[in-house]
Design a protein around this ligand. Sequence first.
Ligand SMILES: [Zn+2]
Length: 95
Amino acid sequence: MQSSLIGKVQKAKQYAQEPERVRFDSLKVQFRGENGDHEVTYESGKWDCTCHFFAGWAICCHTMAMERLLGVMVPEQQAYPEGLQQAEVAVAAGA
Ligand SMILES: [Zn+2]
């Protein structure tokens, strides 16, 4: 076994533990929601989703979930409208 290849695998394992090294510039995913599939995209710091809720609020459970999944790899956090801020507090309190 080539030691240089072992080094590559070791570095991959190390990098996979350090998500702050990665920053998404754009992405497109199919999100399987409870009521159907939605296409979620992220481009130049802006989220988009094909679901009905996003059309009215410019944010939705799918984009919020993606933000939580990707964490520091998406440095720009979405602004939560006031109603969703209150909902977040309620969920944190155990709702
Ligand atoms: Zn959505």
